[in-house]
Unconditional design. Structure first.
Length: 98
């Protein structure tokens, strides 16, 4: 009886962790645009292309432009965090096969 109860608790815990842990992969492209609106030139074009790809669900197409912006643009700490979080979420979507 104890073994079944422990198994049930473990399964429910993993299910809860999966739901809570995976629920934050939604990418708010409007927030990314607002946070990185100070970009100019080629970086802005690359960012817009990446965000358009994200909106269309083409996460693989978005990763390279996001990484180029991350490495080439002068960003403050808040902008680096926004871009880093976005890249992490895009990678999570790619990992899920989306």
């Amino acid at each position: 009886m104890k073994h079944r109860l422990l198994t049930l608790v473990a399964v429910v815990s993993f299910a809860l962790l999966a739901v809570v842990g995976c629920s934050d992969t939604k990418i708010d492209t409007a927030q990314v645009r607002a946070g990185l609106q100070s970009l100019g030139g080629a970086q802005k074009v690359q960012l817009e292309g990446a965000l358009t790809a994200i909106d269309a669900g083409r996460y693989k197409d978005a990763l390279l432009p996001l990484r180029k912006v991350a490495f080439s643009a002068k960003l403050d700490s808040n902008q680096r965090k926004i871009l880093g979080d976005t890249i992490t979420k895009v990678r999570a979507h790619i990992g899920k096969g989306q």
